[in-house]
Design a protein around this ligand. Structure first.
Ligand code: NAP
Length: 326
């Protein structure tokens, strides 16, 4: 039966075609973020909704869209969605795990390497000042990566993919996660440590946890204070996992060496203190942003919507408790 599917972003034509071929009416918002009133008007009477992590699907939105059967998030983290509220209403919530794991781990490494070897700073200076001549002790002396200690916080899909790459760099791999991962420990030669010990021993700390009430400000002034002075923090998880104010202070005061950040506490705002710092590399939340990965994410979101609207269980259902009530 035909249903309305609302998509809050520009989308791949072949994925739109799959929805239309299944007989659904598809509306696409291809512009600035909608905001709540805009979203409510745009998705009125929709049964399927494909959203971005910048779309907040809270109680009010769920209340205002009573026809909804599925919210398909274009991302693996679902911190933008009131999953409990959706479950209470029997609305299915889906995400896009696995298909973005490798791209996000690649970006974590890009940030780690760029920060350690001051790639962005050196590029910026070369464009501005020209090639300075080869010197033995240049301005952009960096820090080693090979053979150093990597501490991964959140040892799930992305955390383990980050660790796999570290094997090629002969790194000692430490991890902290909610649950121990004996198989991954064996396969990757990774060692579990409590968070505070991991912070004290790592040269690089990479954050790969989801944003939840437990992980909000997991890394604050105290945790930054436990890190080595020559350590680098990389965040590809979610901005609020780090107390950004405390991070800016730690960087300004040289209490850690640098940071590579793909996510920010108040996106799309970036803390002005970060902008002025040389020892940080900043990217605008592009962890999964490769063509192939975005195609796979779009396809998976459409698989989820098509399944739900056919009355079948979506392949990557986040709230199985809401099934099979719909
Ligand atoms: P995942 O497979 O679920 O891994 C998350 C890991 O974090 C799990 O091992 C989980 O433990 C652990 N964890 C959860 N709560 C914790 C806590 N309170 N303390 C310590 N560890 C905790 O998820 P993923 O696919 O790797 O994705 C991780 C996150 O990365 C996503 O939620 C998303 O926010 C972020 N992400 C960002 C980008 C980007 O563009 N920058 C792209 C993709 C994903 P258990 O194993 O016990 O569940």
């Amino acid at each position: 039966m035909m249903a309305k599917v609302a998509i809050t972003t520009k989308f791949f034509p072949e994925e739109l075609a799959r929805l239309k071929d299944a007989g659904h009416e598809v509306v696409v918002h291809d512009g600035q973020p909608l905001g709540k009133p805009g979203l409510l008007a745009f998705a009125k009477e929709a049964e399927g909704l494909i959203v971005l992590l910048s779309d907040r699907i809270d109680e009010e939105v769920l209340e205002g869209l009573p026809t909804l059967r599925i919210v398909a998030n274009l991302g693996v983290g679902v911190d933008n969605i009131d999953v409990a509220g959706a479950t209470r209403r029997g609305v299915l919530v889906t995400n896009t795990p696995d298909v973005l794991t490798e791209a996000t781990a690649d970006l974590a490494w890009a940030l780690l390497m760029a920060t350690a070897r001051r790639v962005v700073e050196a590029d910026r200076d070369l464009r501005r000042e020209g090639f300075p001549g080869w010197t033995f002790l240049p301005k952009h002396l960096g820090t080693d990566v090979y053979g150093k200690t990597l501490g991964i916080v959140g040892f799930g899909r992305i955390g383990q993919a980050v660790a796999r790459r570290a094997q090629g760099f002969a790194m000692r791999i430490l991890y902290f996660s909610r649950t121990r991962k004996p198989e991954a420990e064996k396969a990757l030669g990774a060692r579990f440590l409590p968070l505070h010990e991991l912070l004290g021993e790592s040269d690089y700390v990479v954050l790969c946890v989801p944003l939840t009430s437990e992980t909000r400000h997991l890394i604050g002034a105290r945790e930054l204070g436990l890190m080595k002075k020559e350590a680098i923090l990389v965040n590809v998880a979610r901005g609020p996992v780090v107390d950004e104010e405390a991070l800016v202070r730690a960087l300004q005061e040289g209490r850690i060496l640098g940071a590579g950040l793909d996510v920010f506490e108040r996106e799309p705002e970036v803390h002005p203190g970060l902008i002025g710092l040389r020892n940080v590399v900043l990217t605008p939340h592009i962890g999964s942003a490769t063509w192939a990965t975005r195609r796979r994410m779009a396809a998976l979101a459409v698989d989820n919507v098509l399944a739900a609207l056919r009355g079948q269980r979506p392949p990557t259902l986040v709230n199985p408790e809401a099934w099979p009530k719909t």
